[in-house]
Design a binder for this molecule. Structure first.
Ligand code: NI
Length: 152
């Protein structure tokens, strides 16, 4: 495993649409392993492949339930609304309030290409939506509706 550089806001990579993963091979597994190491090293709860410069539909989250790897994720259903504070490893030291669904159902594939469905509520729903947005070139900042600011 290896740490990868996290691309910061302003880099055009973050604004591009990522391509679907077709090959569930060692290259994908290395990417997933490196992303996990990079996310934990940065103390984040989610990371998407474009954030390490790879325009593929791959993201990971860990909201305290263990690592979840999502390949080609799609939001299938959403329910309710939440307005909470959000940040992003590509926008260090900043935060803002966004409106997200309270619950989502996401369909994805695992690292071997097996399809699965995951449900998320609260923080997990936010993390899933935030990371899937990255695959479409969207940053949480595009969706800030409330207080925003900087942390030291
Ligand atoms: Ni982010």
């Amino acid at each position: 495993m290896a740490l990868r550089n996290i691309v910061k806001e302003g880099d055009p990579t973050l604004r591009k649409i990522s391509r679907s993963v077709l090959n569930f091979d060692e290259k994908l597994w290395t990417l997933l392993d490196d992303m996990a190491e990079t996310m934990y090293n940065a103390d984040g709860c989610g990371l998407a492949a474009p954030q390490v410069g790879i325009l593929r539909r791959v993201c990971i989250i860990d909201v305290g339930e263990g690592l979840l790897e999502l390949v080609n994720p799609v939001v299938e259903a959403e329910e309710g609304v939440q307005e909470e504070t959000e940040g992003c490893l590509s926008c260090p030291g900043e935060y803002g309030t966004t409106r997200r669904p309270m619950k989502v159902t996401v369909r994805a594939q695992d690292r071997n290409g097996n399809a699965f469905t995951v449900e998320g509520e609260g923080l997990k729903a936010r993390a899933l939506c935030h990371e899937i947005d990255h695959l479409n070139g969207i940053l949480y900042k595009d969706k800030v509706i409330g207080p925003r600011g900087k942390v030291n």
